[in-house]
Design a protein around this ligand. Sequence first.
Ligand code: R1P
Length: 300
Amino acid sequence: PGKTDITDANFPVDGEGRTYHLGTKRGEVANRILSVGSEKRALMLAEYLEPAVPGQGLFMLESSRGFLTITGRYHGTPLSIIVTHMGMANADFVVRENRAVVEGEMAIVRLGTCGALQPPARLGSFVVADPGAMLIRRNPDAFGLEGEQSDVPPYTFSRPIPSDTALSQALQHEAALLLGPEGVCCGLNATADSFYSSQGRSTAWFDDRNESLLADLLCCYPEAVTLEMETAMLLDLARCSRGSIRAAAGVIALADRTSNDFLGADRTQQLERAAGQACLAALAHTQLDDTWGPHHNGST
Ligand code: R1P
């Protein structure tokens, strides 16, 4: 879609009503959304969707910024799979720009990957962010000249942000059917604003002061089990959506942050397929009020 003809700098859409970064307009996105980190994962899971109109293909649109939206039906229920890429800013684009073009109440589930911090999350586990997620942020105010002492903590920890209880439980239930109960667990997710500094990875190239970060995290949040980069943003926006978005997240533990072991590519793909179908089923079984929202009560 063209990016010309933008008429509103506050919430930019083009002349057709297409959003500025995702490029979709009303009618192209379902109110049940599966958000995934990579195009490969999205295309693999799109194999489980049927076209909205029999005989036609799935709706697919990739924006100039690389956000791919795929819309079809899962066992008859309209559903979109959206490539969110990585990090909180991209999660923010996906939630806000979809909210702007979707009618009614929404349900958004994230299927991601993560590092496992401690049991019950283990390499290969599917871990649902239930009761929710907290946020780890690197604080630039702590970093002066190298070697300079600062009494500002280099990282801040937010309070936990809740996930939607019913949707999280549906996700665990569906995942247990497909992965077996031993393959699924739940716990508090930690969402970091970097893959490196605020996840406790260190190199000699940067002054990150993160040597004790993971120990500090577990001291503050002994129940934290997973570490990744988007869930807290999704849950925070859902919490602030004036009741219009229900959100949950499940992540596959790809890395063990204690042993530094990594899951193989074949096993990862198997788990993505199974966990992805669990997410699709949980979304499809969620009751939503399609008549909710400003477009149905006369106001704008
Ligand atoms: C980092 O490698 C990426 O993988 C994890 C992190 O949250 C981050 O986005 O999730 P996805 O596999 O969903 O991208």
